[in-house]
Design a protein around this ligand. Structure first.
Ligand SMILES: [Zn+2]
Length: 395
């Protein structure tokens, strides 16, 4: 089944044709009308109630046709302006939060997520090593003043999660005027920001969210730069914020977010502080390393059952390629090139032409293999991502 994804026009998305979401939506659907003034932030592929995919041939929703929900949600994100400082609760917390405050926490599922860059991608992920945070706090005096001597002394002495938590809490709980004053003062220290390679990102985030406490998170969290094809995995309670760039993202089928900065949405600082993991680690440790099946295929298999992502890259000159898959419903998104997808369905063998923007639901019946045939015109090298249930975990 060929699908159309659900496009979300959040304010933080890239504008008009500059957005990969808009480009893919246009390529997918000839009836899609591009509005150059509009921002195109996300495309959702799956059965989540807030953006269920449509089956092209019949116009029905995917959940109706499948008569079930998929365990994962697959997305493309196109980010012009930072997304909130956030964590996703674990399954237990998610259930409790939903029960206690269903108006804020509408979803009772956990939301581990994986982002794979498709353009250069910038994100804040997890706390930096404590030594690095201490260096920042000591160097940027306005931050030293905001946190106060006692907490900083304790951080110097103990250098543990507890003393880090204490400092971070003071910053996150400070009143708005004190935060704004601190940020203003740091902004004046151009040399210091430049020396620490924070000048551009500090100013960008401060322009987008003037005086927001999330800007100060730049001194606590790892700034991770991904090249296309590189990935990060965010397990439960790992603090993060996506800042810039484009990615495919796969997650458990959920929309469960605890936010604490860089957002006009509801902030729940107390819940974030009580949930978040305060272990410091280096930016390199935050990269998620896929494993290679062969020259063509890599698998991103996180430590949860809900989802995995398969990356397929076939040279335009290469012949047909057979991909082994297991009997779970999967969703394929084509980014570049052309191929003919040959697969088994309950109506027999089908051939579907894949090109940029094609989204195909691969049914259970297609197992144990699907084939990427070479057509007359292959165009550039073929690349696609396939979201599926994480059956690799049991392999
Ligand atoms: Zn997230």
């Amino acid at each position: 089944m060929e699908l159309t994804g659900w496009v979300k026009n959040y304010d933080w998305g890239k504008q008009g044709i500059h957005s990969a979401v808009a480009q893919l939506a246009m390529a997918n659907d000839p009836d899609f009308t591009l509005n150059e003034q509009e921002t195109y932030a996300e495309m959702w592929m799956g059965t989540h109630i807030c953006g269920v995919s449509i089956v092209k041939e019949t116009g029905e929703t995917l959940d109706r046709v499948l008569k079930k929900d998929l365990p994962y949600l697959f997305k493309v994100l196109s980010i012009r302006k930072a997304l909130s400082i956030q964590v996703h609760p674990n399954k237990c917390e998610a259930e409790r939060l939903h029960k206690e405050r269903p108006d804020v926490y509408k979803d009772d599922n956990h939301k581990p997520e994986m982002s794979i860059a498709i353009t250069p991608f910038l994100a804040l992920v997890g706390f930096q090593p404590i030594e690095d945070i201490i260096d920042y706090i000591d160097e940027f005096q306005p931050l030293t003043h905001l946190i106060g001597e006692d907490a900083i002394c304790e951080l110097h002495e103990k250098r543990n999660s507890e003393s880090l938590k204490n400092c971070y809490e003071i910053v996150m709980r400070a009143d708005e005027a004190a935060i704004a004053k601190c940020i203003k003062a740091i902004a004046k220290d151009k040399a210091g920001l430049k020396r620490n390679k924070l000048f551009d990102i500090f100013n960008k985030v401060n322009d987008d969210f003037p005086g927001d406490v999330g800007i100060l998170c730049l001194f606590f969290l790892n700034l991770v730069r991904l090249r296309p094809g590189q990935a990060i995995y965010l397990g439960a309670n790992e603090i993060h914020a996506y800042l810039d760039g484009e990615c495919v993202e796969c997650m458990a089928c959920s929309d469960n977010v605890i936010r604490a900065g860089l957002t006009p949405k509801y902030k729940d600082v107390e819940q974030l502080i009580s949930s978040v993991i305060f272990n410091g680690a280096s930016a390199d440790a935050k990269l998620f390393i896929p494993y290679r099946i062969d020259d063509t295929v890599q698998v991103f298999a996180p430590p949860v059952d809900d989802f995995a992502v398969i990356h397929v890259a076939i040279k335009s000159s290469a012949c047909a390629y057979k991909l082994q898959i297991q009997a779970y419903g999967s969703i394929l998104l084509t980014l570049t090139g052309k191929r003919i997808l040959k697969l088994k369905t309950d109506q027999g063998i089908k051939e579907i032409t894949l090109s940029r923007g094609s989204i195909v639901y691969i049914p259970v019946e297609a197992a144990p293999e699907i084939e990427f045939l070479k057509g007359e015109d292959c165009g550039e090298d073929f690349t696609a991502y396939i979201a599926t249930y994480n059956y690799f975990r049991r392999a």
